[in-house]
Design a binder for this molecule. Structure first.
Ligand SMILES: *Cc1c(COP(=O)(O)O)cnc(C)c1O
Length: 368
């Protein structure tokens, strides 16, 4: 059996000569500084234990509470939605559009107008840059301003992606990043909340550390969470972030390889950056299978690759089609659903070697 090719593996570098105490928070602060540097010191960043907790904190800081409505992209990982439920709020799902596979601005505005007509203005919008491809953020920012609704940017998959020279994660009232095991930069579990002001960061810190009031004894007036990043994760993050450019280059090379490799296959469609000022980080290289009986073909392909010890993944199943969320409203058509039917994520980790890529593409070509 040939060695296993995982979907998305990232490098882990750690300087083991460094030592620090378990209550030393300096490394966490240093990691936050390096993230703030990444955002040209225009943001205040709080490092937390997952991207999911960062979204939860963003919702809390946005004032989302019981009964509030939150507009969110349907085609995403469940981590985007779960924190809305933690707040006892209602997700309102929005379809994707074809150019970026992300939230459709037209359906978003339609939903806002309809929710207002029904008597309630939504509290927040959560947009995602899926697989590292920037969403139509200019349009979405404009809508959020026009209706005065808070914008949260789920940039969990988009560290390193850019839109008109500005980094993903920097457009919203809040942004979030994830450093879980398969993201471009991993801290072996972690995330970050990107705030516009230091005051917001401090407020997020308060909630992320069990909401301790400023007293000598432990005084609590509201419910808090245990969401802080640990020092070892931060140490890994510092080392990794320094190599972000290398990792981005690697993921782009992988994407270019696949594109070149399948250029004569009409049944294989790649999403392209739809303008020169839009830069994907190519976290995952994705294809749409434009073939007949795609549902059957997709499963056969997965089986064949599994036999060859190669891991691929179907697209995220849209949230409005998930049993757990079936009671919530949805605005849109069948774009997200179609993408789910046809979409496959190919192995894209920065540890892949040229021989791995050849093995993967030969295997898929032979199957097709
Ligand atoms: C990874 C991811 C998250 C956060 O995930 P964690 O595992 O909690 O760090 C959030 N949204 C999207 C779209 C993701 O891919």
């Amino acid at each position: 059996m040939q060695h296993k090719i995982p979907l998305s593996e990232s490098h882990i570098n750690i300087d083991l000569k460094t030592s620090f105490s378990s209550i030393d928070i300096d490394v966490v602060a240093e990691f936050e500084k390096s993230l703030e540097k990444y955002y040209d010191y225009k943001k205040s960043v709080l490092a937390v234990n997952s991207g999911t907790s960062a979204i939860h904190l963003a919702l809390i800081l946005s004032g989302v509470e019981k009964g509030d409505e939150v507009l969110c992209q349907s085609l995403t990982y469940v981590a985007t939605i779960n924190p809305i439920i933690y707040q006892n709020a209602t997700p309102i799902f929005i379809d994707s559009e074809q150019d970026t596979w992300n939230m459709c601005p037209i359906q978003l505005e339609r939903a806002i107008k309809d929710r207002i007509l029904k008597g309630k203005k939504p509290k927040a919008i959560v947009v995602v840059h899926l697989y590292g491809m920037p969403a139509k953020i200019d349009e979405i920012v404009a809508i959020s301003r026009k209706y005065n609704i808070i914008l949260i940017e789920d940039a969990a998959e988009a560290l390193g992606a850019e839109y008109k020279g500005k980094k993903c994660g920097a457009f919203g009232d809040f942004g979030i990043l994830s450093f879980n095991n398969n993201k471009i930069v991993s801290t072996l579990g972690g995330g970050a909340l990107i705030c516009n002001t230091e005051i917001e960061k401090e407020k997020a810190f308060f909630y992320a550390t069990q909401a301790k009031e400023n007293e000598r004894h432990y005084e609590h007036k509201v419910i808090g969470y245990n969401y802080r990043m640990n020092s070892l994760g931060a140490l890994i993050g510092i080392a990794q972030l320094k190599k972000l450019k290398t990792y981005l280059k690697k993921r782009r090379i992988i994407n270019d390889f696949y594109k070149e490799s399948f250029k004569n296959f009409s049944g294989v469609f790649f999403l392209k950056e739809h303008s020169a000022s839009i830069v994907s980080n190519h976290w995952l290289s994705c294809i749409l299978l434009e073939v007949e009986e795609v549902a059957v073909t997709k499963h056969k392909l997965l089986d064949v690759l599994k036999k060859n010890n190669i891991e691929i993944r179907f697209f995220w199943k849209p949230m409005h089609l998930q049993p757990v969320f079936k009671e919530y409203p949805y605005y849109g058509g069948e774009i997200a659903e179609n993408l789910f039917q046809k979409g496959i994520c190919l192995p894209s980790g920065s540890t892949l070697l040229k021989n791995d890529l050849i093995r993967i593409s030969e295997c898929i070509k032979k199957f097709l």
